[in-house]
Design a protein around this ligand. Structure first.
Ligand code: ZN
Length: 173
């Protein structure tokens, strides 16, 4: 029987080889944002179409372009599938839960200070822990859990989420 790590590897490879929501949207009306991870050279071009206003707005469509390592591209694919049809509030919860899974080392990579939320020994804030306790379902995204063992790759995994947050902010700006 394949172990959990094999299953995770398969899910990541599946998203890398058959990326979901790959492509472009006409912009405008869609919002186009780019994200770049200089640590690895990953780039994400994200097209976002929001329906509605404020926190209740829904991700009507999202498309992903760009190139990079398997972690960055599979994470973007999983993210696109996970957020489509969700409200901005739900996306924020999902982002928080995913980052809680990843955040432990990302804060170290960002270096000390500069208004970072303080983290305890676990690297998780009380809010992060609550997001996990709330049972936010990460689905395929769980497959990226193993990335925390390779701190330098965490930026690869979180790139698409940071780009999405930027897209939502610009779309609602
Ligand atoms: Zn990468």
């Amino acid at each position: 029987m394949p172990g959990l790590e094999d299953l995770y590897r398969e899910i990541i490879l599946d998203h890398y080889r058959s990326p979901r929501n790959r492509g472009e949207l006409e912009s405008p009306p869609a919002t186009r944002v780019e994200g770049f991870n200089p640590l690895c050279g990953d780039e994400i071009v994200l097209y976002l179409d929001l329906d509605g206003e404020g926190d209740g707005a829904t991700v009507a469509d999202v498309r992903i372009g760009g190139q990079g390592c398997s972690i960055s591209q599979s994470s973007a694919s999983m993210m696109s599938a996970a957020v489509k049809g969700r409200t901005v509030t739900e996306v924020a919860q999902l982002t928080k839960a995913f980052k809680a899974m990843m955040s432990i080392h990302e804060q170290e990579l960002d270096g000390p200070g500069e208004g970072k939320e303080e983290a305890g020994d676990s690297g998780l804030t009380a809010d992060d822990a609550a997001a996990i306790d709330d049972g936010v379902r990460l689905g395929d995204l769980e497959a990226l859990r193993g990335v925390v063992k390779f701190p330098v790759r965490i930026k690869c995994a979180t790139l698409s989420w940071n780009t999405l947050a930027q897209g939502i902010a610009e779309a609602q700006g």
